[in-house]
Design a protein around this ligand. Structure first.
Ligand code: FHN
Length: 416
């Protein structure tokens, strides 16, 4: 069923920062000489680290280089409008002050600070929405949590819900001001009544807080796709793609397989042109830093967004998008259609209706050169453009067409 998140800010935001940060940043993909082949935040499971051994990481977790303002400024510079950070991932460790469970960053580490408080303040200062990720079912530290090392039949999930999950959600929704959304994850065998309880609990504390689709049992306010996936067919409701910048969520020192700024901008535009939001992940180190290579990439995206943000924020999917053309994408706003040229194809053809007024390069305002020929048979015009040898922005050259957005059709050189 198509869902509507009912929050205008989220529909307009289009681009957010996901942050996976927790104890797993200490081993960073390697433990006692063994490397995990998978994502960093799953190291406890994948390398079968016993709970007591993993919990030892808390005693040395001291991210003294953590600077909330720097992270938020980076997200803002990259053009991201919201931040979703792991308050508690599957390892069960709370990255916030929790009276409900002492296994948390304030009570169990030498660091002793609550980074969520600092991030909430920084987000307010820079005008970003602050949001939490919360693993509502999986908890490898808790004897009644899913994934803890004993048979599920012996566990009492109700007890877990009452003692840890709901009280911690109360803390998250009362200690940090307005929360944009809670990003639940891996509902697994969560029963419908449990998902409903969690959903109602969030809304009872903050009615405007959005609930992600991964709360399970079809209850979320919008659809969250699979990791790094996007729907192939048009999806009529609100949706979002959670995605990695390299191949892990939590920091892994061996993973430097960063996507380039161009690849990331192409993904952003691809997702936006189909109507979705892009939630792009960073995995900070155990010292509290976002890796510099990753920060550089985000800043380059930001330079593109500064000049071309109008073609991203608040846009909608193109009425019909050409699936098989990866050199062009469209986003729309009332009265405007943005053509994103991702590669130079030399010459392009558009069938364009009578509402067309003018076309210009978005970042320079320079006119976009073309010839227009009336097509009496179809009542349209054929627009032919010879592209300059060098496009103004090799990352993505955005051309703005002022016209009714439904009034364009693409012509290719293919004949029937
Ligand atoms: O198991 C998690 C994973 O660690 C990560 O948090 C991603 C992010 O979407 N969600 C789960 C797998 O889908």
């Amino acid at each position: 069923m198509a869902k509507d998140c009912r929050q205008q800010w989220w529909k307009e935001a289009k681009f957010g920062m996901f942050i996976h940060w927790g104890l797993y940043a200490i081993p960073a993909g390697e433990y006692k000489g063994r490397q995990t082949k998978s994502v960093g935040e799953w190291i406890m499971k994948h390398l079968s680290i016993p709970v007591e051994e993993y919990a030892e990481f808390a005693k040395v977790f001291n991210p003294v280089k953590f600077n909330a303002e720097e992270w938020v400024r980076l997200a803002s510079d990259a053009g991201m409008k919201y931040i979703v950070i792991t308050a508690k991932h599957h390892d069960g460790f709370a990255m916030f002050k929790s009276a409900a469970d002492p296994y948390n960053i304030v009570d169990a580490t030498p660091f002793g600070r609550d980074p969520m408080k600092e991030l909430a303040e920084a987000c307010r200062k820079y005008g970003l929405k602050f949001c939490f990720y919360y693993s509502q079912v999986q908890d490898w530290y808790d004897k009644n949590g899913c994934g803890y090392g004993r048979p599920d039949e012996e566990k009492d999930f109700e007890e877990y819900l009452e003692r840890k999950c709901l009280p911690q959600l109360t803390e998250l929704l009362t200690q940090y001001g307005d929360i944009g959304l809670i990003w639940f994850d891996t509902p697994q065998k969560c029963k419908p009544e449990h998902s409903q309880r969690i959903y109602d609990h969030v809304k009872s504390l903050q009615p405007n807080c959005i609930v992600s689709g991964r709360i399970g049992n079809q209850l979320g306010d919008y659809m969250s796709t699979g990791d790094n996936m996007l729907p192939l067919l048009p999806y009529p409701g609100d949706w979002e793609v959670p995605a990695t910048l390299n191949d892990t969520w939590g920091f892994k020192k061996s993973d430097t397989n960063w996507k380039s700024p161009k690849q990331l901008i192409e993904l952003l535009v691809k997702i936006n042109s189909r109507g979705g939001n892009y939630l792009l992940n960073v995995g900070p180190t155990a010292e509290g830093e976002i890796p510099e290579a990753c920060a550089d990439i985000l800043r380059e995206i930001g330079r593109f967004m500064q000049k071309n943000g109008e073609s991203i924020y608040g846009t909608k999917a193109a009425p019909a998008y050409p699936y098989d053309m990866d050199w062009v994408r469209f986003t729309t706003k009332p009265g405007k259609l943005y053509m994103h040229l991702l590669r130079n194809v030399g010459k392009l053809y558009l069938l364009i209706g009578n509402t067309f007024r003018r076309a210009y390069y978005l970042e320079t305002g320079e006119p976009f050169e073309y010839t227009l020929t009336a097509q009496p048979a179809s009542g349209t015009h054929r627009l032919v453009a010879e592209l300059p040898e060098t496009l103004p922005n090799e990352l993505d050259t955005v051309v703005c067409f002022e016209m009714n957005e439904e009034d364009v059709r693409f012509e290719t050189l293919d004949t029937l």
